[in-house]
Write a protein that binds this ligand. Structure first.
Ligand code: 5GP
Ligand code: MN
Length: 338
């Protein structure tokens, strides 16, 4: 159910708009939020982007980044006011409210009309209006299609197009995941025609690695990658001490789980990271093996068939043991995956 007409009416007159996205925002979360913000500002809305947590520095170049409010305890009152005053809240790149952490109760209680725009499976029915399509490769793709649907494509300028391109580029793994459809390329073709320069965007996001991160990646791949050929599974565990030793910053662990999936014969990979109050897990798979099912059945998580995440309040060691214990139930399926 796509509520284009309702959303069109909702943004017809200038409103106070709040845009939020999931915790630990990635390029699609920030690109879709800032792309939508740029567009709504052009339509004279008062727009604020609020994130539940901070995000990696390689996204700071996105247009409008300087005005993003990152939730922390010191800003709780100010952000609560913003949420309360909002006429419209756009929820981007997530579909269950627990993905916005401390913002969840504020958004739940808000009198604002809520619009959910997303491409994740199994949404929670919290929004008044939705534009939800699990076949979309990225939320940024949906933002472009929405702007097109409401007849405002001419308002997409280079800074907005760069934001949207960044989201689509990263969520498709640089246009190689199975989600890379003709529609993805058609949207991207239009973004390029608007005048964006794709090579610097790629460089700013991917070829912008601190020496600390590069050495950390080297260490993890050399010392911490475990391959279990009998399950065609590869995984990595990272302790708090290791994060500290390599002065690991937000986002420094990104990409490692994809590298584990690149090992010959491997069809599923995982990374388990000790984040102090919880263990954060990321899963990747190929073909029909659904890591979303595994993450949601055993690790309070979800996501997509081939890219999912979860979390536990167990210790890192206990989480690893739990994962190894659930593997046998999936062995047959893993061995059959092509
Ligand atoms: P990543 O591994 O890059 O953090 O996330 C991969 C995918 O899984 C993303 O689409 C993300 O939204 C989803 N995901 C990650 N962690 C969680 C989680 O704890 N719960 C749910 N429902 N989805 C998650
Ligand atoms: Mn996304």
């Amino acid at each position: 159910m796509q509520d284009f007409n309702a959303i069109r009416e909702l943004i017809e007159k200038p409103q106070t708009v709040l845009i939020t996205t999931h915790l630990n925002p990635d390029a699609d979360a920030m690109g879709s939020s800032l792309g939508l913000a740029g567009y709504l500002k052009k339509r004279n809305h008062r727009v604020t982007v609020v994130t539940p947590t901070d995000y990696p520095e390689n996204l700071f170049w996105l247009s409008g980044n300087e005005d993003v409010m990152v939730f922390d305890e010191k800003k709780r009152v100010e952000i609560a006011q913003l949420v309360e005053q909002a006429d419209v809240i756009f929820c981007l790149d997530f579909s269950v409210l627990n993905r916005i952490r401390d913002l969840e109760p504020l958004v739940r209680q808000s009198r604002a009309k809520k619009v959910m725009i997303d491409h994740h499976l199994e949404p929670e029915a919290f929004a008044d209006y939705t534009y939800w399509d699990t076949k979309a490769a990225a939320t940024a793709q949906l933002i472009f299609q929405l702007i097109d649907q409401v007849g405002d494509k001419h308002l997409v300028d280079v800074p907005i197009a760069e934001c949207l391109y960044a989201g689509i580029m990263t969520d498709t793994g640089s246009f190689r995941h199975a989600s890379t459809t003709g529609d993805v390329h058609r949207v991207v073709a239009e973004l390029i025609d608007i005048g964006i320069n794709v090579s610097p965007i790629h460089r700013r996001i991917y070829d912008n690695i601190s020496l600390d991160k590069l050495r950390f990646m080297g260490y993890v791949l050399a010392e911490k990658l475990v391959v279990l050929p009998e399950y065609r599974f590869a995984y990595i565990t990272i302790t708090d001490a290791e994060l500290k030793r390599f002065r690991s910053k937000m986002g420094d662990t990104e990409g490692l789980v994809n590298q584990a999936l690149a090992v010959e014969g491997v069809v599923m990979s995982a990374i388990l990271i000790d984040r102090g109050d919880e263990v954060k897990m990321s899963f990747r798979s190929v073909g029909d093996f659904s890591v979303r099912d595994l993450a949601s059945q055993h690790f309070n998580g979800g996501g997509h068939k081939n890219a999912a995440g979860g979390r536990t309040t167990l210790t890192l060691k206990q989480t690893e043991e739990k994962l190894l214990n659930v593997l046998p139930a999936y062995q047959e399926q893993l061995l059959e995956t092509v």
